[in-house]
Every structure is written in C-alpha cells, then in structure tokens.
Ligand binder design. Structure first.
Ligand code: ACM
Ligand code: ZN
Length: 556
C-alpha cells in the first residue's frame, strides 16, 4: 500500500459503506442477500447464506441446555445484547431439547473434527438461532459471530432506537486455524490503565484472538507488584524522565510514574480475560531488559551498580548476573509470584537483546562458565534459561521466550517466539519445539502503517495492512511433520512511541483485524479484497465501540 489510498480499496469502502448504511442506520435492517453478504471478521471457515432472517425482539429468550458451559455463554450473550437493544433477553433453561420459535439456543455437543476444541456451529433460520459447540470457548465464539451478524449499532453501550435487529439466515461451521492468536502490549515503556486493558481484551475477544502478552518489565520500568521485593515497584516503577516526543535523543525533563499494577488488579484482570477466553501471558524480561529491576536490586547485576531506571529507549548493557545463584533465585522468586497470579500455561521470560559485555568482565560469570564447562557467554545464557525452564516446569508451566534463547542451545521445555524473522522459529520447530511466529516483517504493529509524514511518530519501519493480511505463519519449507509446532502468530504493539490508549488503538487497528484472519481463517479461504469489503462494515462496529483505529483513507 502506498501513501494514497488505492482506488480499489476506496471503491470497496464506498460500496460497502453504502451497503451497511441500512445495517446500522435508522431504518430497519435489510435481510442478507447475495448483494449484502455476511460481513464477519475473522471470516468463518464454512458459511452459507440462507433465505430470510431472524428478528431479535423484546420477546426473544436465550435458552441453554443446563450445562454450565452453555449457561455461562447465555448470560454473556444476554449481557452483550441488552444495552443497545434494550430488550430483556431472559435467560431460560431449554426444555426437552426443543427449539421453540423466537429463541436463541445454546447447547453443548460432543466434540468432532469440524468443531475441534474451539469451534462452533451457528444456524440462523427465520424461526430461531442455534449455537452448538463442544466447549464454552466454542459457544463464546459462536456468540461473537452472532453479534457481528446484527447491525453494527448492537455494539453501542446505550439503547438505540429505530434499529431493526435482524440476523441473516446462515449456516456456519467454524473453528480456528491456529491455537495461538496473540497480541502484545508493552506496558513497561508506557503504562496503560486497567480499564483500557479491559477494553483491549474485549476487542481481542470480538476478533476471536486468545492471547494477550503483557510486557510487564523492561529497562524503562517495572510494572508489577512483587510482594517479596517491594523495591521493584518502589524504585523500578518510576523513571526520572523519558525521551522527548519528536526529539527522541533528548530527555523530556518530566518524571514518569510510579506506575504499576497491584497483584489484586492483575488477578482480577486475568479473570476478566479468562471469562472472554483470552489468556494473559505475563512477560518478565530476563536476563536482559532488566535495568528497572537492577535499579532496585543492584546486587543482582555483575558490576554492582548503582543504577537508575533507563530514561532512553534502546538496548541496555547492564543485565542480570548469571554467575550469581542469588540473582537466579531472585528471578525464580519473582516468577513464583507471577505463576500464582496468572493461570497461563505459558510464562514468557523475554530473553532477547542481552548484551554479553558485562558477563565477559564478571568474575562470577566467568567462574560459572568454567565450572559448567560452557563454551562462551551464549552458552551461559542458555545455562541460565535452562535453569529457569526447569523451575517453570517444576511449577507445571511452560517457558516461552524470544528467539535469542536459541543461542547457545535451547532449553528442553522452551517454546520460541520468533521475532528476528522466521529462521529462529524454523530452527526451533525442526528441533521439535513449539513456536509462535512474530516476525518484525509482518507482526510489529509499532511500525508505520503508511509511508510519509502523515503518520504519527513511530519507531520506524513500515507495515501496511495488506502485508499483515498476507502473512503465512507456517514457513513453506518446514517439513510437514514439524508444522504442528507452529502454534500461531502474534502482533506486537511495542510502546516506546505510543503514549496513550488512543495511540495504542491507532497502531493496533485495523492490523489486529487482519492478523485475526491470518490465524483464524483457513489459508485457502482468505482474500484481501474480500477482507477489505468486510472491513468496511467492521470499522463501523469499531466506530460504535469508540476505537481510535487508523482510517483507511488517505492520510490527513
Ligand atoms: C523484541 O522486539 N526485542 C522482542
Ligand atoms: Zn556476572
């Protein structure tokens, strides 16, 4: 995509803006017809349009089969649809499996190949709506699709009058392509309020994304309360100043923080996410990107400090001392509390960009290299990650880290997040390790979305929507028997140049919508033109949800 909006995209936008006027405007919604197709993102695996539509009314009830699985989703759906419709949408238990007219029915069914762990069937006829799935996740995704079949006004927080709440008759059978459908937020560089994180999680759920990696610690800030080490937030959650907006080499002279999340807040957020079938993956960076921790505890560095929380972006040479058992115990203590807080099976330990200069000069690190028969400092990093891997595994969890953890040998239980291109991911998968693909080329959502001066200040790099959409997470050369190791992909919204929630939304959307289709929709069902057509409708939903996405028009 170049700076100017391509004519093809503009045409699609105009055409579908017109088509969806009836969907969200004041007049009754039109039933779907071939000229008004079903505009769901991510595109369902199998969908056929049927004649007619179902009208949601004041009398509609939401029925469940009595399983907790169906009951929970019934409550969620009723709560999701009530504000905009103003309908009571009573939740009632289904009697004898019958489908009475006027109902939305949620049922748990046996798992089969078409449903998998997270899939659903959604059948809409003029008489009723039925969602069935083998899991609560599947039912939840059926409910998400149903919301998108309604006029965009259904996403409003308050009662909308004059809208015809009609749902096109469809038969959908759907399940995700990838198990890991991730997004990363960097709350270390710029802190984000809990209320915004909740909104972001709701948006991920709308797009059937299921992982939110929180980058909780870095050189520029430590954002998570750790009970055993209160100095981490007393000292590490504050920095003297930040790079100046528009002149990044200079300081802005403005103290930042202290900003951090309490454990109570994170526990509550993890539950909030889980209820929306999103898992928060906590990331605690080590041994590099660790200066905020070392500013609170310089005794765990090689040289001893003193240090201050870093006030400029970039890679910091002072890192955790891998020759010091007390430093390793410190890292493990922190992870113990993290594991208690977050139910995620995967615990992210960062592992990227750890310069080895300090280790080369450190007597303890060199003694460790000798004692363990390690070849060099890369093998020392590998030694360190192996110890952390063993610790995390002993708590019943799995370690995941950036692809630098391959250097010096990969720890036995490690999963690799491949960011410096895809080669690290390929090497890890070939060695039988699981992989999440997140290459800068397709997944760095802090890069500019268009070239030229019209875009807000950013880290550099260029990643237009079309490139995100074109991403293929399974490397073509990967042997077939290794492909199951590619768990999925993740879009990273790094925060150096994102100051506010509005900035985060601008950089994340609509790219997250494109990535959602990469990781959900079967590759053969993808089409960028078709996506743009559906996106034109989808952006109206995001308008109603007050998301500050980047407009698909020419730059302002
Ligand atoms: C990274 O972007 N350093 C993982
Ligand atoms: Zn050392």
């Amino acid at each position: 995509m170049n700076d100017l909006f391509p004519a093809r995209e503009l045409l699609s936008v105009l055409l579908f803006a017109w088509l969806c006027f009836d969907q969200s405007g004041g007049s009754p919604a039109q039933a779907a017809s071939p000229s008004n197709p079903v505009m769901v993102i991510p595109k369902p695996a199998n969908l056929s349009l049927r004649p007619g539509s179902f009208a949601l009314t004041r009398q509609t009830t939401i029925r469940h089969d009595g399983t907790p699985t169906a009951f929970d989703t019934a409550l969620y759906l009723a709560e999701a649809l009530r504000p905009a419709t103003g309908f009571p949408l009573r939740v009632v238990r289904l009697k004898d499996g019958a489908l009475p007219a006027g109902g939305i029915v949620l049922k748990q069914v046996a798992r089969d190949a078409e449903l998998g762990d997270e899939g659903y069937r959604l059948s809409v006829t003029p008489r009723n709506v039925a969602i069935s799935a083998a899991s609560s996740t599947g039912l939840f995704y059926g409910a998400q699709t149903l919301r998108q079949l309604l006029p965009a006004a259904v996403f409003a927080a308050s009662k909308q009058s004059g809208v015809g709440w009609s749902i096109p008759a469809v038969e959908i059978t759907d399940q995700p392509r990838c198990a890991w459908r991730g997004s990363l937020l960097d709350v270390a560089r710029h802190f984000l309020p809990v209320e915004f994180l909740k909104k972001y999680i709701d948006l991920l759920a709308l797009h059937k994304m299921n992982r939110l990696q929180l980058h909780l610690t870095d050189d520029q800030g430590w954002r998570l309360e750790i009970k055993k080490y209160p100095r981490l937030t007393q000292i590490g959650a504050f920095r003297k100043e930040s790079p100046k907006k528009g002149d990044r080499k200079a300081g802005d002279g403005t103290p930042y923080g202290p900003f951090f999340y309490t454990q109570a807040q994170m526990r509550e957020l993890a539950a909030y996410a889980q209820a929306r079938h999103v898992t928060i993956v906590p990331e605690i960076e080590m041994p590099g990107h660790f200066l905020a921790a070392l500013s609170a505890h310089p005794e765990f560095s090689c040289a001893g400090g003193p240090f201050e929380v870093r006030t400029r972006w970039g890679v910091e040479p002072n890192i955790l001392c891998a020759g010091n058992d007390a430093a390793i115990a410190f890292a493990q203590d922190v992870l113990s509390e993290v594991i208690e807080l977050f139910p995620s099976r995967f615990i992210h330990i960062g592992g990227d960009e750890a310069p080895k200069d300090r280790w080369k000069q450190c007597a303890k690190c060199q003694a460790r290299i000798n004692a363990e028969g390690l070849k060099d400092e890369h093998e020392l990093q590998s030694y360190f990650v192996r110890r952390i891997d063993k610790f995390i595994a002993s708590r019943g969890r799995r370690l995941i880290g950036w692809d630098e953890i391959l250097e010096g040998g990969l720890a036995p239980g490690a999963t690799v997040m491949s960011w410096r291109g895809i080669d690290g991911g390929i090497a890890a998968a070939k060695a039988g390790h699981d992989v999440v693909m997140s290459p800068t080329s397709h997944c760095y959502f802090d890069y500019a979305q268009a070239k030229g001066p019209g875009e807000p200040e950013n880290i550099g790099g260029f990643l237009p929507l079309s490139t995100v959409y074109a991403y293929e997470p399974t490397p073509p050369g990967l042997p077939v028997d290794k492909r199951q190791h590619i768990l999925g992909a993740q879009g990273n919204v790094w925060g150096e140049y994102l100051w506010t929630p509005a900035d985060v939304e601008y950089f994340a959307y609509p790219r997250v919508a494109a990535l959602a289709e990469v990781v959900w929709t079967p590759a053969e069902a993808k089409s960028y033109d078709d996506f743009l057509a559906r996106l034109a409708v989808h952006l109206r939903r995001l308008d109603v949800l007050r998301v500050n996405y980047r407009k698909l028009t020419a730059k302002p």
